[in-house]
Design a protein around this ligand. Structure first.
Ligand SMILES: Nc1nc2c(ncn2[C@@H]2O[C@H](COP(=O)(O)OP(=O)(O)OP(=O)(O)O)[C@@H](O)[C@H]2O)c(=O)[nH]1
Ligand SMILES: [Mg+2]
Length: 464
């Protein structure tokens, strides 16, 4: 566990990614920074001004020349004294300089420790700190912009705005508790119902924006399944715009699962091609079929391919595959090879026949070979995932945030039912508001257990 007392010791790390580069940055934070500056640079540095300096070893020898920057506390990323050394990006040189910092009183930083100190010193709240990690990890430009919005505090401001409204309502309620005979009059006067309604509307809006953001952050795993030879690998290659998987007219070509990472409208997708599903005596193909089903178990969406040239609609074997998918798994039926038929690219809604459910399913008619109808499929994938065309204004939320927002909403909903029953047991009403307030506080870190903090910061890369 990372120590929670921020100023106890001095930490140092190579902040640039491993490997060679033009520039490599060492970051040091803590009370030993002046000693590190004296030892490596020699004399003092002007605060927040870059200075070209020789970086010296223990015997005064020049190790490298580069830029040194001193951010005295509290005006730094962590809120402590921070030193940045911009040296040449040689892994060997950076290790030498890091060892030198350790000799001068620093210790090696753990992942996320700089940002954790920023959080503990009130420079960032928890949602912003998570924004730092999400920005570094963002897989698409849209995700990066959404993470930057969280980092800038836009998300936290929305959360705090809602939280303040909850606190205001709590204050009225707590005050009312002191005058037990006048429960309802007080709450009427305070327009508790109107305030609660507005609050829940605001919460629903942020929840919608955050759900979109979770999609941007985590993306979707889309698995391609179907009988052999229906064109799964061809569709993967078409979506990836590259010859990722082997395509042959031989049924049973694909055995391993083949993955490709693509992006549709800024949402990161992992497309997983699998072995054609059929009963077989070939031991290798059997293993492939097992892998196909385990890929299905982990996917968010299945594209079930059928050969539209082999006859109209769904063959018995296709229906069996559809019936074996997990009931909760979203799916789109893809009728491939329409170039061999008279069918034009289009989308239909059909009732799924047989099996336990009769849900309306989307069927896309396309050709992996010519590319006709691929745009329709992309749109269907986004719609099935619940993505909007316009992802601007969304927040790169985490599952943790969604859980907290939903919990707050559930407590506000129960609070509303107390109001509706006419004679609210006011203590219960107050208790629901208190719990909603606590759920919101978990997002920005006002009420967060230490082990959750360790979990969040432990996932950062070192030097952040
Ligand atoms: N005409 C036509 N042929 C296609 C189309 N898509 C795939 N094919 C052909 O169908 C054959 C099988 O394609 P694959 O992509 O290997 O099929 P698969 O589903 O991956 O097959 P397995 O890996 O064996 O399960 C190849 O000869 C492809 O060229 C299409 O849209 N139109
Ligand atoms: Mg294949």
């Amino acid at each position: 566990m990372i120590p929670t007392s921020a100023s106890a010791d001095t930490i140092a790390a190579i902040s640039t990614p491993p490997g060679r580069g033009g520039v490599g940055v060492i970051r040091v934070s803590g009370s030993a920074v002046p000693a590190v500056i004296a030892g490596i640079v020699g004399d003092e540095l002007v605060p927040r001004a870059a200075r070209l300096a020789s970086f010296r070893g223990a015997r005064g020898e020049v190790l490298d020349r580069g830029l040194a920057l001193h951010f005295p506390a509290p005006h730094s990323y962590t809120g402590e004294h921070v030193l940045e050394l911009h040296a040449h990006g040689s892994p060997a040189m950076l290790r030498l300089l890091l060892a030198r910092c350790v000799d001068l009183g620093a210790r090696l930083a753990q992942p996320g420790e700089f940002t954790q100190r920023a959080f503990l010193n009130g420079k960032l709240d928890l949602a912003q700190a998570e924004g730092v990690a999400d920005l570094i990890e963002a897989a698409t430009a849209t995700a990066a912009r959404a993470a930057a919005r969280s980092l800038s505090g836009e998300f936290s401001r929305e959360i705090r705005g809602l939280d303040e409204a909850i606190v205001e309502l709590r204050m009225f309620t707590e005050a009312t508790l002191d005058f037990p005979d006048e429960d309802l009059e007080f709450l009427h006067a305070a327009d508790a119902r109107g305030k609660l309604g507005a609050l829940r509307e605001g919460l629903a809006r942020v929840l919608a924006q955050s759900t979109q953001g979770a999609l941007l952050r985590d993306g979707l795993a889309v698995v391609l399944v179907g009988q052999p030879n229906v064109g799964k690998s061809s569709l993967l290659n078409r979506l990836a715009g590259d010859e990722v998987a082997i395509v042959t007219p031989i049924a049973g070509t694909t055995r391993d699962t083949v993955r490709s990472h693509i992006e549709i409208a800024g949402i990161p997708l992992t497309i997983i091609d699998t072995a054609g599903l059929r009963s077989t005596d070939d031991p290798i193909e059997m293993l492939g079929v097992v892998r196909a089903w385990s890929a299905v178990e982990r996917a968010n969406l299945a594209l079930v391919l059928v050969d539209s040239a082999a006859g109209d609609g769904i063959a018995e074997a296709d229906a069996a595959i559809l019936g074996n998918l997990p009931a909760a798994l979203a799916r789109i039926v893809v009728h491939n090879k329409i170039d061999l038929t008279a069918v034009a690219p289009h989308v239909e809604t059909r009732k799924e026949t047989g099996g336990h459910d009769a849900m309306a399913r989307r069927h896309v008619f396309l050709s992996a070979k010519t590319g006709a109808g691929i745009d329709l499929l992309s749109r269907e994938i986004l719609a099935t995932a619940g993505a909007h065309e316009d992802m601007e204004g969304t927040f790169l939320a985490r599952e943790r945030h969604l859980i907290a927002l939903r919990a707050a909403d559930a407590h506000l909903a129960s609070a509303a039912t107390y109001l509706d029953t006419g004679a609210p047991p006011l203590e219960l009403f107050a208790e629901e508001l208190r719990e909603a307030h606590e759920a919101m506080g978990a997002i920005t870190g006002a009420f967060t257990a230490d082990d959750l903090l360790g979990e969040i910061f432990g996932r950062f890369c070192i030097g952040k």
